[in-house]
Design a protein around this ligand. Structure first.
Ligand code: TXA
Ligand code: MG
Length: 343
């Protein structure tokens, strides 16, 4: 199949074309403020099923439904508990996904047979326009090949999925760069299933203490995950990744030592504050920027660049696990298959 790539510069015909592809049951990748999504009609089981084949996605990993108004929520869920309502009011539209008891209209192809559906109301105006033009919620996972870093630019989507999907709407670089925060609100106690740009601190300010899902604490390896997707090794570049955590001076010394001993093509993931400490070591130094927000925005694109340069071993400085740093570290630990050295 030929994949049509159209840049969105405010022309409504690009949205109209994408909506017509979706109405025919096709697959369209589109930008959101987090990462690009691979959309299909979320109420049509045949359309939604095509997503799994295009991504090579395990068939037990359910899809998020994307809506474009508060009214849309009632059409896809059967119950909205008070705390979920509060979170929706506080953070929608935005990078928050709520797992709620599903409406019978939502097909099993979207939830993989689970009684609850994950719902998100994105803020990106291209996403909002597309959902409205389609006239139905869009089932959309991240628009990467399964196992690759999530796409934050249209070119990442094209690299992974050209020839496998109908269309890509190029709406530029995603502003946040890391996938939405997922909260399970379908049971008595709220649970954080995946950290994101809406931070745990933000959430607890609204609804008090919540539980952290096991998949968050372990980055999805040892225990049965509650967001099924968290159990897969995600975001992995071809290189093996080691995260080094601890005091800044010791971290730099440990990484410099490992780079020198390596004998392989190495890369270092750092921040602006420490990048200059690696100038003398023979390695590709890539800064994620000046803080946790920058790191979120740049992490996935940087992991893809490391592959592009053929790096075999990556050493990454750990970030502090507060605020959005919790989300960045969650993704970095997954990229590293939980390979962390404490110094
Ligand atoms: O920011 C985002 O959330 C992006 C953009 C495109 O919206 N989407 C995204 O989708 O990251 P995906 O499929 O890559 O990740 C969705 C996660 C998976 O870990 C999946 O297992 C979980 O959400 N999930 C989906 N439906 C669920 C459900 N009913 N119950 C629990 N977890 C669910
Ligand atoms: Mg994904």
């Amino acid at each position: 199949m030929n994949t049509l790539v159209l840049k969105y510069n405010g022309e409504n015909d690009v949205i109209a074309k994408a909506a017509s592809v979706l109405k025919k049951g096709g697959l369209v990748a589109f930008p959101t403020e987090t990462v690009y999504g691979l959309g299909a009609n979320g109420l049509d089981p045949d359309a939604a099923s095509k997503i799994y084949a295009a991504k090579g996605r395990p068939v037990d990993n359910p899809l998020i439904l994307h809506i474009a108004s508060f009214g849309d929520l009632e059409s896809v869920v059967s119950e909205i508990p008070e705390k979920a309502e509060k979170l929706a009011q506080a953070f929608w539209p935005g990078p928050l996904t709520l797992v709620l008891k599903k409406h019978s209209r939502v097909p099993d192809a979207v939830t993989c047979g689970l009684p609850a559906a994950a719902v998100r109301f994105p803020k990106n105006p291209v996403a909002a326009k597309l959902i409205r033009a389609a006239g139905f919620p869009l089932a959309a996972p991240s628009a990467n090949s399964s196992g690759k870093p999530s796409p934050t630019k249209a070119s990442h989507v094209a690299f992974d999925l050209s020839g496998k999907i109908d269309m890509i709407v190029d709406g530029g670089t995603c502003s946040l760069g890391i996938e939405s925060t997922i909260i399970d609100a379908s049971k008595n106690v709220l649970r954080l299933l995946r950290p994101g740009a809406v931070t745990l601190e933000d959430i607890e300010r609204e609804v008090g203490r919540i539980e952290a899902g096991a998949s968050v604490e372990t980055a999805g390896f040892e225990t049965a995950p509650e967001a099924p997707g968290m159990k897969y090794k995600h975001y992995s570049p071809l290189a093996s990744v080691t995260v080094v955590s601890g005091d800044q001076k010791k971290t730099v010394a440990e990484i410099v030592k490992r780079v020198k001993l390596s004998g392989k093509k190495t890369g270092v993931l750092t921040t602006d504050a420490t990048a200059r400490f690696y100038e003398t070591t023979p390695t590709l130094v890539m800064s994620l920027g000046s803080g946790a927000n920058d790191a979120a925005k740049n992490l996935f694109a940087t992991l893809r660049r490391l592959d592009f340069y053929g790096v075999e071993e990556v050493y990454a400085e750990a970030l502090e696990e507060t605020g959005i740093g919790l989300a960045v570290m969650n993704r970095l630990k997954k990229a590293a298959a939980n390979n962390i050295v404490y110094v």
